[in-house]
Design a protein around this ligand. Structure first.
Ligand code: ZN
Length: 279
């Protein structure tokens, strides 16, 4: 499932082709993904211009002229492809926008949303509703923004008896972290995923906040590299090779101490950690 770094990679790729460009043609192949798509979506996007492309947590927010936002969440299996010649769509390509420098100019790019499992979602709403939108209003601060700090983690973890791993996945406490980067950040912070969230204070909170930032920055850098090194036009954007220390590495030696990495299941999600470094 795409997490903050993958979504940020998608945002950057979309920004490079959408900003100051227009929808010259819009194809919407079905009326639902995870939920029903906005009514008349294709007609409502036709001729519209993109002003800026933002991200909030795992959501891409595409700002349109006339003060509207096209929201994208990739769900479990969604991906974006950007082509510079008209692609042949497959059955899981649900949406395609033909992009041009003006609504009637020749196409510059074709942006395709593919989603085999259809857990992704799309919405189109007035920009004025961003702060009250049901999917956005309860999101915690951006971990790479100014509102995120050790003090923030300590404050929102206070009184939480559940494990810190689960607390990191709670989008209301901090936005954008998923299963992969929660395990990675806890490794670099040398904190057990099983430790009670309420006990993350002082130095531990400092280490965790720093590890979250470091882990996400490193992954965004890898995503950026994947964009620059993109040799196959039309490849999926946002799925890149991550340099992971613990995630998916159960049984393999810890890179710090060679103890085998352990996997446990917490709230139905797998967590990976070094029992020695994160004791
Ligand atoms: Zn270790």
């Amino acid at each position: 499932m795409p997490e903050l770094p993958e979504v940020e990679t998608v945002r950057r790729a979309l920004a490079s082709v959408l900003e100051n460009h227009y929808v010259a043609a819009a194809f919407v192949g079905r009326n639902d993904l995870r939920w029903t798509l906005p009514e008349n979506l294709a007609a409502r996007l036709l001729g519209r211009g993109f002003t800026s492309i933002d991200r909030r947590g795992k959501y891409v927010l595409m700002h349109l002229d006339q003060k509207e936002i096209l929201l994208l969440h990739l769900g479990m299996s969604g991906s974006i492809r950007i082509h510079d010649t008209p692609p042949t769509l497959d059955k899981h390509d649900h949406i395609m926008l033909t992009i041009a420098a003006s609504p009637t100019a020749a196409a510059t790019h074709y942006v395709v949303l593919n989603d085999p499992r259809r857990f992704g979602w799309i919405d189109l709403f007035p920009a004025a509703h961003q702060d009250t939108h049901q999917l956005l209003r309860n999101l915690g601060p951006e971990p790479l923004g100014n509102a995120f700090s050790a003090a923030h983690l300590q404050a929102v973890f206070k009184g939480r008896s559940g494990p810190v791993k689960n607390a990191l996945l709670n989008q209301q406490l901090v936005a954008g972290i998923g299963n992969i980067y929660a395990s990675e950040a806890l490794f670099y912070a040398r904190i057990s995923p099983r430790r009670k969230a309420a006990t993350i204070k002082g130095q531990r909170a400092e280490r965790l906040a720093a590890a979250v930032v470091k882990t996400l920055h490193a992954a965004i850098e890898d995503g950026g590299t994947s964009l620059r090194d993109h040799i196959q036009p039309g490849g999926e954007i946002g799925y890149f090779v991550q340099r992971l220390a613990v995630y998916g590495r159960d049984g393999q030696p810890c890179q710090a101490c060679t103890t085998p990495i352990k996997m446990i299941v917490q709230s139905g999600r797998s967590s990976f950690y070094c029992p020695r470094c994160q004791g």
